[in-house]
Design a protein around this ligand. Structure first.
Ligand code: GDP
Length: 471
């Protein structure tokens, strides 16, 4: 019955289709999702939806240069624990003109906009750390333009500093360094520069291309300068969007509110989102009933790089889902339902990248790089594995360790692997409980070894498979 409602055909027609597949089902019976999907396919339903989605894509691509306008950068603050990420975000918000003038109270909606005296704006993701943006990325969303890497000048580069750099690099997000806590007696900003240079982040003043700003999040020193540099970098990146198009954005957060129902924060990325717009978001849809900005003000419309809290979802969307405005409610419902059907089906049959699959993927031209995350028990074994693996890259396929560290396999490692299509290798180390769960859920291939030769051998085998001539 449910399927007949989705496909808008009488139940007996569905039953007839089922019979063709040798399935005798009553109207109240549950059928496997892959059967439902293939019926939807047979009846031309998915083809129709695909056509609609393609039309939407086409419309999007018809981007007219003249309509492109500069948009504010979207920034994430990353760095080692206690290096001052939260304090820096607070300091940045204090410079907010809009808030000071209108006495607005900041609402925690997942992202906030900082407006400078001259009207220029920067959007900050409220959750500090690379976890937030990596988990968004794992869902396929690309929201951040710039990563501000906070490093405490009295502590220097620490393990999570390195992890943050690797996460940002895996997604090609440019890094700007904020050397923090320069008010502290033991602060040594030059040491931070030296340590980061060794990791390839070379300060501009030393002939490199990374911007370093010395700040104190506590006293507020140079925070305005930091904002200036963020805007300068944004200008160099030529961030642009067309505000005249139908809106497209990403869900940053979502929750169920007792009074308001489903509440979700949308970061608008293209076009302008308006009250009354009908949209699809992941496997749900809705109509914008009301919008609120990060200062709790009601909005009628929101342009590119603006985070807004949106009311009017039929169901809870997931962080990382794309929101797209469509022509009418019927289309929205159709697309959402088709996606739901496909998702249920795909969840059963799909898997993340597994080492065994690498060969096929390379052949199909899907990947040219075998990405690995390597966790080991000691620095010595990490270095040894790195060295051995770096020697087995071939002309066709590069073996690339996107993150290597000493310690247990964490949920972060899994999310990075999921987001970047990598395989996790553990050497004399294992995943903790949360990582295990995440690997199951996200279907990430985690391989554990105790002998270096075996690591190298497995990767080599995968590569050799790739290079075997097709006979
Ligand atoms: P996070 O874990 O990276 O978010 O770090 P927090 O923002 O929570 O800061 C950790 C500690 O460092 C707190 O006690 C802050 O007050 C302190 N802190 C942060 N920035 C500065 C700074 O610029 N100078 C000094 N002296 N302390 C700071």
């Amino acid at each position: 019955r449910e399927l007949s409602e989705i496909l808008k055909v009488p139940p007996n027609q569905i039953m007839a289709e089922l019979l063709k597949k040798g399935i005798l089902a009553t109207i109240n019976q549950t059928i496997p999702s892959d059967v439902a999907l293939s019926i939807a396919e047979d009846m031309g339903f998915l083809a129709e939806i695909k056509k609609i989605e393609e039309k939407i894509e086409e419309e999007e691509e018809r981007e007219e240069e003249k309509n492109l306008q500069p948009r504010p950068p979207v920034v994430v603050v990353m760095g080692h624990v206690d290096h001052g990420k939260t304090t820096l975000l607070d300091a940045v918000r204090k410079t907010n003109v809009a808030e000071r003038e209108k006495g607005g109270i900041t609402q925690q909606i997942g992202a906030s906009v900082v407006e400078l005296a001259d009207g220029r704006r920067i959007t900050f993701l409220d959750t500090p750390g690379h976890e937030a943006f990596t988990s968004l990325r794992a869902r396929g969303a690309q929201v951040t333009d710039i990563a501000v890497l906070v490093v405490a000048a009295d502590d220097g580069v620490m393990p999570q500093t390195v992890e943050a750099i690797n996460h940002a690099r895996a997604f090609n997000v440019p890094i700007l360094v904020a050397v923090n806590k320069i008010d502290k007696p033991g602060a040594d900003p030059q040491k931070v520069r030296r340590e980061l240079s060794e990791l390839g982040l070379i300060p501009e003043e030393w002939g490199g291309d990374t911007i370093f700003v010395d700040v104190s999040a506590k006293t507020g020193k140079n925070i305005d300068q930091l904002l200036e540099y963020i805007l300068l970098l944004a200008e160099m990146l030529e961030l642009k969007a067309d505000p005249t198009k139908k809106a497209k954005g990403t869900i940053i957060e979502s929750r169920l509110d007792k009074q308001k129902g489903v509440v979700a924060t949308v970061l608008v990325q293209e076009g302008t989102l308006k009250v009354g717009d009908v949209f699809v978001a992941g496997i749900t849809y809705g109509k914008v009933r009301a919008m609120m900005d990060d200062k709790g003000r009601r909005l009628k419309s929101a342009g590119p790089s603006t985070p807004v809290e949106v009311l009017g979802f039929e169901d809870l969307p997931m962080a990382g889902d794309t929101l797209k405005v469509v022509d009418d409610e019927r289309t929205a419902r159709h697309i959402a339902e088709a996606r739901k059907l496909q998702k249920e089906h795909l969840e059963k049959v799909s898997k993340g990248l597994a080492l065994e699959e690498v060969f096929r993927k390379i052949q199909e031209g899907e990947i040219r790089e075998l990405r690995l995350i390597v966790k080991t028990d000691t620095v010595g074994s990490l270095e040894a594995i790195k060295k051995s693996l770096s020697e087995i890259s071939t002309q066709e396929v590069a073996v690339k360790i996107i993150h290597g560290d000493v310690g247990g396999i964490t949920e972060n490692d899994i999310m990075l692997a999921k987001a970047s299509g990598a395989i996790v290798i553990g050497f004399n180390t294992r995943p903790d409980v949360k990582a295990k769960e995440a690997a199951e859920r996200e279907k990430v291939d985690v391989r554990l070894y105790g002998i270096i030769y075996e690591v190298v051998d497995d990767v080599k085998k995968a590569l050799k498979g790739m290079l075997k001539p097709v006979e």
